[in-house]
Design a protein around this ligand. Structure first.
Ligand code: XMP
Length: 326
């Protein structure tokens, strides 16, 4: 019978056998897969593992803290945090094209991660140790998609490490390779990974960077983060989290419309609510959210986020609309 306790026990043995007393590094993104993979490896080899978290400043409200504090408290992992917020903002300045933004975010992410990895390697070297292994949260569906085969690690998003330079070649530790998503969540709960992480809905690697239509700026990020936090809070309060696949909140940074707020006329930005139901994100339908929940979200956002004076609902299925707006 499948049960998460057995998976943990089995994987802990396998990881110990593979890793021996070498050092291991893992990139944490705040998502389910990398978190559970890291927690498993931590359970197996403790402080031989160092996790690296690159804060690119494109996460939603509270998510960096969930990694830096809640995850660390719950699992005891050694964490190296890189605050790269300014660097990403600088690299994204003046850029509006979605694919260019993705490329920039992916490129910067790899550079920052490489630098951090190099520091971890040098640090270990100073103590006469070698970092030989890199943890990846590859799941069974990723293995199938990439044609299977040991070592056929599928680099699936900007959060995973692509072509590392020659002086940073690691062997892979992939403790989730046989698991489906729901099994990964069960294993995560078994390991005490915080529920907000275990049940996190899909969130794109480029984060809020592709949820601001137009240029990404610090002010726009702050606006979107505030609106998104309200939408998530109300959806959670209404008990809808597990019915919805994900609900991007999108800031139309280059659009302004006239409104009346407080004392007078405003010329603010709209945000779009994009609640979708899906099985695998390949196709999706827009979720028929209760009107009263929509009304609460709209009222709160326009009251509490002064830069936003209009909340609109996306009622397009996929296809033809993608889930994200960029
Ligand atoms: P679309 O917008 O293509 O999204 O319907 C399908 C799923 O993929 C996520 N998504 C991304 N994830 N990097 C990622 O890691 C990306 O560049 C990216 N673009 C979209 C999206 O959130 C949805 O779950």
């Amino acid at each position: 019978d499948w049960n998460p306790g057995n998976v943990v026990a089995e994987q802990v043995e396998r990881i110990r056998a593979q890793v021996g007393d070498a050092r291991v590094i893992c990139g944490l993104s705040g998502g389910v897969d990398s978190s559970v993979a890291a927690a498993l490896v931590q359970r197996a080899v403790g402080d031989q593992l160092t996790c690296v978290f690159v804060d690119h400043g494109l996460l939603r409200q509270g998510e960096a803290e969930q990694v830096e504090k809640d995850f660390v408290d719950a699992t005891g992992v050694q964490l190296k945090v890189v605050d790269a917020r300014e660097r990403f903002l600088h690299a994204l300045a003046g850029v509006s094209d979605p694919e260019t933004k993705r490329k920039i975010i992916g490129r910067e992410f790899i550079r920052v991660f490489e630098d951090a990895a190099r520091e971890v390697v040098e640090d270990a070297g100073a103590h006469g140790e070698t970092v030989r292994f890199l943890v990846q949260g590859t799941l069974y569906p990723d293995v199938v998609e990439s044609g299977g085969g040991e070592g056929a690690a599928n680099i699936k998003s900007h959060h995973n490490v692509g072509g590392l330079p020659d002086d940073l070649q690691f062997e892979l530790v992939e403790p989730l390779r046989t698991l489906f998503k729901d099994e990964v969540r069960a294993v995560g709960l078994e390991l005490g990974v915080p529920e907000v992480i275990v049940w996190r809905q899909p969130f794109p690697g480029p984060g809020l960077g592709i949820r601001i239509v137009g240029e990404v700026t610090a002010e726009r990020l702050e606006t979107l983060r505030a609106a998104d936090a309200i939408a998530r809070e109300e959806l959670t309060r209404a008990g809808l989290d597990r019915e919805i696949w994900q609900c991007p909140v999108v800031l139309l940074g280059d659009v302004r419309s006239v409104g009346v707020q407080g004392d007078g006329r405003t010329y603010g930005h709209p945000v779009v609510l994009r609640p979708v139901s899906s099985e695998d994100a390949m196709t999706a339908d827009w979720t028929r959210l209760p009107y009263d929940v929509l009304a609460t979200i709209s009222t709160r956002i326009t009251n509490e986020v002064p830069e936003v004076n209009r909340v609109v609902l996306d009622v397009t299925s996929k296809p033809p609309g993608t889930i994200e707006w960029e």
